[in-house]
Design a protein around this ligand. Sequence first.
Ligand code: DOR
Ligand code: ZN
Length: 352
Amino acid sequence: MTTTPNKLTIIQPDDWHLHLRDGTTLSTVLPFTAAHYGRAIVMPNLTPPVTTTAEAIAYRERIIAAVPVDSDFEPLMTCYLTDHTDPNEVEKGFLEGVFTAVKLYPARATTNSDFGVTAWDNIRDVLARMEKIGMPLLVHGEEADPDIDIFDREGAFIDRVLSDWMTHDYPELKIVLEHITTKDGADFVREAGSNIGATVTPHHLVINRNDILTGGIRPHLYCLPIAKRETHRQALRQAVASGDPSFFLGTDSAPHSIGAKETDCGCAGIFNVPNAIEVYARVFEEMDALEHFEAFASFNGPNFYGLDANTGTLTLERVQQTIIGDIEIPGANDSIRPFLSGESLNWSVVGL
Ligand code: DOR
Ligand code: ZN
């Protein structure tokens, strides 16, 4: 990384957790990712979800068809784990280079998780196979038991699943605890072996639960796992600022139309990708940890996945910008509102 007080040049980053959707939404949101990131782990929670090698190949082709011509962006595909996932299908997809990882959604934990896992015994054969072949398991780490308070679901998942049996029964399994939101999540990952990592989103580094609920309800700050109290946000900021290689960039950018967010039962998800890299830069600067920014954005993720880092670079300059407003979805008579729309940022991307 080359830094001057007003300029940061880093190896091109990747996004290790991204929702791209399909159809017009895909073609609307993808250029924002392709403008900054070399690769992204693409979440499989379409309706219906991506559960087979053939579906992943077809989805990858639709994504590649939507990549702007001047971009080399590469989507990395994932397999949605269900009660009926066949270990042979997972292994075939991994060995053929179609699946990079498997995504675990506990059933009913979040958006499009209805096909997720209902009983842990149903996935033991798949986990054993993944451990054997070195294939990462990406975990939506929230206990879906409705008796658990929504703010306690990440901690409950760590206690009841990760600590209780998963890391014990499959000690070599590569696990990414996605979008951590708590001190418990950060501590668990820090204390675990190098086969366990975590993605951290820009929004969970910036907002706490007061921001969602004080002075009126803010549907555009609602996502799952929901942002927690301030002490947890501080723990996440310290985790990334520490330079621990277990933590890496994953935006969890999850576009929903304004109509789907501003309604009686609004969708969970924050569309942050247009300015995510600048928001991360601001956080590292505020933490006086800019020396760890590049590893978080560009090296820790590929190292975890056993991939080479990108070769190109991305440059940010200390140039003030205002985050763009609503982005129209062509033909839908609706738009997507970016995270922090209308607010000011002190860093801007000036080129790849
Ligand atoms: O807020 C979220 N939105 N959390 C998830 O886990 C899913 C995502 C989505 O797909 O909208
Ligand atoms: Zn997600």
